[in-house]
Design a binder for this molecule. Structure first.
Ligand code: PDD
Length: 281
């Protein structure tokens, strides 16, 4: 495997960053995970727009131009011969002696890009059986709309899910509403077939897959409500599912140990998953 690190392509095994990198010391950086399907990076503009927003919110400069970054990502995909998989890119504020305030202007942001293959067959198989989620109290900061590498609450939640034999954890806010998963957005389907997902203006990350699924839903003439939903509503829902670049649309069949409907993936999630690749670019 080959990684791109600050201007160089290096063997993945030899790739390293400086010990004074602010990403390492303060989680002072942002990232994107893009899906690669049939050799193409899906929704590149969406990812670059979100990256731009994350960088802007944190006053981190672009490490290279948008066009160059696009080329670098494609090149990392090519060099790793990824047909189906994921591209990971991370931008940190750069290397400077440890001091909480921003380093001197002109400190170069650090850029790392990696790519790996994933198995569409394994993912399809997983989607046929569906996954389990647990719910955990929302304990993240107020700016989860920024795709920062500061993911400790997400790490702890996902580990808790794993130890409970589940695949994802849903954060639940003080009002009892589901915000999102540790690394996915959360959805339910109501008794009358309406898709429900939390609005992306606050409290969640605006998932690229979420946006695409909203377009797919429109194409399939499905009713959509962007509103909060409670754990209780989710447990009684006709269907539940999660979305992310890593899972696309993945049915949720168990919440906190209890089956959703009959405990099998529902028809809405299944048809959204199938239609997804026709709409995604
Ligand atoms: N996670 N919410 C959170 C907290 C996420 O970390 C992610 C993505 C999503 C879904 O976003 P998208 O559809 O753009 O992948 C929602 C990535 C995949 C990760 O951390 O690995």
């Amino acid at each position: 495997r080959i990684a791109y690190v600050n201007g160089r392509y290096v063997r993945h095994a030899d790739a390293c960053v400086h010990i004074e990198d602010r990403g390492y010391q303060f989680a002072d950086g942002v990232y994107e995970v893009c899906e690669v399907a049939r050799g193409y990076i899906m929704d590149m503009p969406g990812h670059l727009n979100r990256l731009d927003r994350s960088l802007r919110e944190l006053s981190i400069a672009w490490p290279v131009s948008r066009r160059v970054l696009q080329n670098l990502m494609s090149e990392v995909v090519r060099r790793n011969r990824v047909t189906n998989g994921l591209v990971y890119l991370q931008v940190t504020r750069g290397v400077a002696l440890r001091d909480h305030a921003f380093p001197a202007p002109g400190t170069r942001p650090a850029l790392v890009i990696t790519a790996k293959r994933t198995s569409p067959e394994a993912s399809a198989k997983r989607a046929e059986s569906g996954i389990s989620v647990i719910t955990v109290p929302e304990n993240r900061w107020d700016r989860v709309d920024i795709k920062t590498v500061g993911l400790l609450p997400n790490v702890l939640a996902r580990q808790q899910a794993k130890e409970a034999g589940a695949q994802e954890a849903w954060f639940v806010d003080k009002d009892g509403n589901v915000t999102e998963g540790a690394a996915t957005n959360a959805w339910i389907v109501t008794a009358d077939g309406t898709l429900v997902t939390r609005p992306a203006d606050h409290g969640i990350l605006r998932g690229i897959t979420r946006t695409t699924v909203l377009k797919v839903a429109e194409k399939l003439n499905l009713k959509v409500e962007e509103r909060g939903f409670s754990v209780d509503e989710a447990k009684k829902a006709r269907e539940a599912f999660i979305t992310a670049g890593t899972t696309v649309v993945m049915p949720v069949v168990i919440i906190d140990g209890l089956p959703v409907a009959n405990g099998h993936p529902g028809s809405v999630a299944t048809s959204l998953r199938q239609a997804f690749f026709d709409v995604a670019e």
